[in-house]
Design a protein around this ligand. Structure first.
Ligand code: FES
Length: 154
């Protein structure tokens, strides 16, 4: 059921075919969008709240992901994380190999390990967004972020 998703702050409609991930142009993300090792910024649509929505979508081989990645959080090698740093709320935007880096105080998160903190001041991982692939090949979220987006929630 998708009726409970994004209930935190989001008041708009929830569509029965899931919450599509769209790129900055509003284009829906299809299975072939990324190659292994690529990252892109996407937005769940409808958006749960402008400040909460920016999401980092990554793709790797399924076997590259470590044990901290929960079931239901990867599909066909894709995984999605909030881009809002859990330290003080800046957008993670830089990249060092498989780490994403927050430019404000250089917090580092490992996207192959559930965005676990691997450096800097953040106290917890970037929350993951549970995702799946529709039968017609679109990436959709199946629920809300697994934990609070941004600072706090420790
Ligand atoms: Fe990201 Fe401080 S806000 S490391």
């Amino acid at each position: 059921s998708t009726t409970q998703v994004f209930e935190r702050g989001y008041k708009g409609p929830v569509y029965s075919d899931g919450i599509h991930l769209v790129d900055g142009e509003g284009e829906r993300i299809t299975e072939s969008r990324l190659s292994e090792g690529e990252h892109i910024t996407v937005f769940p649509e409808p958006r749960p709240g402008i400040e909460d929505a920016p999401t980092l979508l990554v793709r790797y081989a399924e076997s590259d992901y470590g044990g901290d990645v929960s079931e239901g959080f990867t599909v066909n090698g894709y995984a999605a994380f909030s881009k809002v740093c859990t330290h003080a709320g800046c957008m993670v935007s830089d990249r060092e190999e498989d780490l994403v880096v927050c430019p404000c105080h250089f917090g580092k998160f490992n996207v192959l390990e559930g965005a676990a903190v691997s450096g800097g001041p953040p106290g917890r991982p970037l929350p993951q967004l549970p995702i799946t692939m529709t039968s017609d090949g679109f990436l959709v979220a199946t629920g809300d972020f697994e934990g609070p987006v941004g600072p706090g929630g420790e």
